[in-house]
Design a protein around this ligand. Structure first.
Ligand SMILES: Cc1ncc(COP(=O)(O)O)c(C=O)c1O
Length: 432
């Protein structure tokens, strides 16, 4: 059956959606699609079903959140029980405290926490706290890192130019005035950070970084890079902010800060924390959270701490910890990552498969190892797109920008199934 026939129902829904939803979607990241944006009816464990009845083995995990797999029965039961008692008290409740206590125990920097509803908001809160504490305005971020869609950080998300060019806004409509407050540097280049901070440190409220550059290439920090950032922030009195929206509750229960042994001043968690419910957390050292605690700066949100999200967060953390699930996810992910790399060698295709395991990135490139955004930008995107199309026809759903997520619901059989599908897909790719 042709792809057109196989996904005809999704196509029809996308056309109908496009007359009522801008671009047919609710988030820009869903606007692309391997063939076109897909419409789904159901998801269970590691699998999803689309409106055409296709069963798909899922490595998107809804862009990361569904760490336990979809519709984990215990999580669903706990969320249902929580909402049966009310949706939103807009006052405090015991489960919020229990979840905060669990996070405080697990996350090194989490001396104090706040819950919020999205990663984008959590990033803004961390930046505001850092500005309130330091009295400085500027933020240093890295090329290729994504900290949400809002104006203060939506710069050099995928810059077209060279390192050192003026920061480029992510899209039209971003406040030009925000450019004055942002400094963008290539990642993993400690000398560049040192030079910039020596010149401008007194203006910099915070350095914000994904501790693993998950959004472009799943690049781990070079040895000493995170430690170097820590030392530079200490020297200049700037906050070190770790954006753990992807690494948190995936690379370890203590996040990347536990994994790499570098404790930031402030951190943000989301995605896997809520298993698909809109939950994020701001975590920080007592001294850095002080402006928030004292009410000198504000973070708010009508929906924050709602019963469903907090129940989902509590269930996620308890299940991950009880079942030692992250260890299994890491083992399965590493097997999949290494298996894909071996298939590249078998077919004589230049593939770079890179990342810690629970998440990793696959790109068509002769460069064996990427250390910063521009290495990933040079990947052959058309070849990866063709691979995603072939894999979808094999019944495997992938993220088109090359990131793979493995969940607690995936099995060894799923990995074997996927590698067999990848073997056939790579064999069928046009050779240049
Ligand atoms: C590293 C990182 N930070 C922040 C965000 C923004 O989170 P949200 O989409 O929940 O606003 C994302 C989303 O993909 C992310 O990957």
């Amino acid at each position: 059956m042709t792809a057109e026939a196989r996904f005809a129902g999704s196509r029809a829904w996308h056309e109908r959606a496009s007359s009522v939803l801008a671009g047919g979607v609710s988030s820009q990241f869903r606007a692309f699609g391997v063939f076109h944006p897909m419409h789904y009816t159901r998801a269970d464990g590691a699998r999803m079903w689309d409106v055409d009845g296709n069963e798909l083995l899922d490595f998107t995990l809804s862009q990361g959140p569904c760490i336990l797999g979809h519709s984990h029965p215990e999580l669903v039961a706990r969320v249902q029980a929580a909402v049966a008692k009310g949706q939103l008290f807009a006052g405090q409740h015991a489960e919020e405290v229990l979840l905060a206590e669990a996070l405080q125990r697990l996350i090194p920097c989490a001396e104090k926490l706040r819950f919020t509803s999205s990663g984008s908001e959590a990033a803004q809160a961390c930046i505001r706290i850092a500005r309130a504490k330091t009295g400085r305005q500027r933020i240093l971020k890295f090329d290729g890192h994504y900290h949400g869609w809002l104006d203060s950080v939506a710069w050099n998300v995928a810059p077209p130019g060279n390192a050192g060019d003026a920061p480029v806004p992510w899209c039209a409509g971003i406040a030009e005035s925000a450019a004055a407050d942002i400094i963008c540097l290539p990642w993993n280049d400690l000398d560049a950070v040192r030079r910039t901070m020596d010149a401008h440190g007194q203006e910099v409220a915070a350095i914000i970084t994904e501790p693993v550059m998950c959004n472009q290439g799943c690049i781990e920090p070079l040895p000493g890079f995170l430690q170097g950032l820590r030392a530079i922030c200490d020297e200049h009195g700037s906050a070190l902010i770790f954006d753990e929206i992807i690494t948190g509750f995936r690379i370890g229960l203590g996040g990347a800060q536990g994994h790499y042994g570098v404790t930031p001043d402030l951190a943000l968690f989301g995605k896997a924390l809520g298993s698909g419910f809109p939950l994020a957390a701001i975590a920080g050292r007592e001294a850095w959270m002080a402006p928030l605690e004292a009410g000198r700066t504000y973070h708010a949100g009508t929906m924050n701490g709602n019963n469903a999200c907090i129940a989902a967060g509590l269930a996620t953390v308890e299940i991950l910890e009880r079942d030692d699930a992250l260890r299994r996810i890491a083992t399965l992910g590493a097997a999949l990552r290494d298996g894909l790399a071996q298939l590249g060698a078998k077919h004589g295709i230049a593939l770079r498969v890179q990342g810690p395991g629970p998440m990793f990135h696959m790109g068509f490139s002769t460069l064996a190892r990427a250390t910063e955004f521009r290495h990933v930008a040079a990947d052959d995107k058309a070849a990866y797109h063709a691979f995603c199309q072939a894999m979808l026809l094999e019944g495997v759903r992938l993220i088109e920008r090359g990131l793979w997520y493995v969940s607690a619901a995936h099995t060894e059989d799923d990995i074997a199934f996927t590698l067999a599908a990848a073997d056939r897909s790579l064999a069928g790719l046009p050779r240049t």
